[in-house]
Design a protein around this ligand. Structure first.
Ligand code: GLY
Ligand code: MN
Length: 462
């Protein structure tokens, strides 16, 4: 946990973004896995962690914007629980660790909210994503369950986004430490990727590294020789010569800051000529996008620059044709690069996404496109200093999408479908780094993880 002052300062800054009323931050509860006492690993809500820091189930935070008081609601454990869980610090002691002096029993939350409601005070809450919190808020505020998310406070969402998007030195340190764990995960994966190995042997080893060095993983590991499926969580294939292995994996720190790194490697440790050609396009795109990052630049423009790099490379190889800018204007690159260039990263691997992607990644100036491909760009607006983002271009040969487009000769003036057919079993390549926007550009965070062809081959053959 950070010092109590870090959490008090964050709440103080949030106060300045809001006018009046109560701010209700419900922490998460334990979630049953297959019966009530067998639970999923506990994960606290990220905004609760940011403002109230306590990493335990069943605690609520409240900020009273009008009298300046902060509260934590939670129950102390009795002897029956201590027998199973060991001694626990009291709610009062826990509150003090995060700069909150006023604590009360969990059931008192109802009394406080009811009193505020009776006085007609505004009660701010973020859009809940867990059903038990939706039910709780529905009951406390008399809002139909189906309308709870829509009644979240826009003022609060904007304030939280403004604060959480900018990472301070403490947070960047946490993130970099987790990229260093990702270094261990990815370099281990590189050394294990031999023909005959089953994907899950590597995925399990990498998850173990995350758990042993911080952990858990920041999202279910993507590790597959079928990288053309963007979020492929199936780990049952046997690695064979000639396939590319996509490993998209990161981990969470004890304080729950994430890393998110992707590398794509040739099974067996040697790129074929064909693999090299596609890989170099993705690598050049990754480098060009990173070079374009600086405060004030519109991230959607960097995404389109990346798309243009990909189109240029594929035109050189004869898979695409025509003018690269025209091709990107018409969306022809999305046959190969259908997703967005990157997303914010922090306490959530897709940071803040639960508050509504459009509140995080778009604003009055840059609104979300409805076009295939560009619509998947999670973040499009101008970058600011201290944002942490991923940069993750890719090229994929998705047989169903190829068939779909080819059947109507979609954008045939930009795509050589006969040549594309010869790549339909290629798979996919993605290269992802995590960057911090600085005063004048950006810094790729963490210990560099091999990504040139020479460095990847050398690590794989160590
Ligand atoms: N690393 C998974 C994703 O960014 O969606
Ligand atoms: Mn990512």
């Amino acid at each position: 946990m950070f010092s109590a002052k870090v959490y008090s300062d964050r709440r103080e800054k949030l106060r300045k973004e809001l006018l009046s009323g109560l701010v209700f931050f419900p922490g998460n509860s334990d979630v049953p896995f297959n019966y009530p006492a067998n639970i999923y690993p506990f994960r606290q809500d990220s905004s609760f962690l940011y403002f109230f820091g306590l990493d335990r189930s069943d605690v609520f935070g409240v900020m009273d914007l009008d009298d300046g008081n902060d509260y934590i609601f939670g129950n102390d454990v009795g002897i029956d629980d201590i027998i199973w869980m060991g001694k626990q610090s009291t709610i009062r002691e826990q509150g003090q660790k995060v700069g909150v002096e006023k604590t009360a029993l969990l059931k008192e939350i109802g009394v406080m909210i009811q009193a505020a409601k009776n006085k007609g005070r505004k009660i701010h809450f973020l859009p809940p994503y867990r059903s038990e919190i939706i039910i709780l808020i529905s009951g406390l505020l008399d809002i139909p369950i189906t309308e709870v998310r829509a009644n979240a406070s826009l003022e609060l969402i904007r304030g939280v986004v403004k604060l959480r998007m900018k990472k301070d030195v403490l947070e960047v340190k946490e993130i970099e430490q987790m990229i260093d764990v990702a270094y261990k995960m990815h370099t281990t994966g590189m050394k294990m990727a031999k023909p005959g190995v089953v994907e899950r042997e590597i995925a399990g080893t990498l998850e173990g590294i995350a758990l042993a060095n911080g952990g858990p993983v920041s999202f279910p590991i993507i590790l597959t020789i079928n990288g053309q499926t963007l979020h492929n969580h199936y780990h049952g294939n046997i690695l064979s010569e000639g396939r590319m292995l996509v490993i998209d994996a990161g981990c969470e720190s004890e304080l729950h800051y994430a890393s998110d790194i992707t590398r794509t490697i040739p099974v067996g440790g040697k790129f074929s000529q064909r693999q090299k050609e596609i890989y170099e396009i993705v690598l050049n795109t990754n480098l060009a996008a990173i070079a374009a990052v600086k405060p004030g630049v519109i991230f959607r423009d960097i995404h389109l620059l990346a798309a243009t790099e990909i189109a240029k490379g594929l035109i050189n190889l004869g898979l695409m044709k025509g003018d690269p800018k025209d091709a990107v204007d018409k969306g022809a690159h999305t046959l190969f690069f259908p997703h967005g260039l990157g997303h914010p990263m922090g306490l959530d691997v897709h940071d803040l996404e639960g508050l509504g992607e459009n509140h995080i990644g778009y604003d009055e100036e840059i609104t979300r496109s409805k076009e295939f491909g560009l619509a998947f760009l999670r973040f499009g607006r101008r970058l600011q200093k201290d944002f942490v983002m991923t940069i993750e271009p890719g090229i994929y040969f998705i047989p169903d999408l190829i068939d779909n487009w080819k059947s109507e000769n979609k954008l045939g003036e930009f795509i050589d479908y006969d040549k594309v057919e010869t790549y339909r079993d290629f798979g996919g390549i993605r290269i992802e780094d995590d960057i911090l926007v600085t005063d004048t550009g950006c810094r790729v965070l963490g210990t560099p993880i091999p990504k040139t062809i020479a460095d990847v081959e050398s690590m794989m053959n160590m």
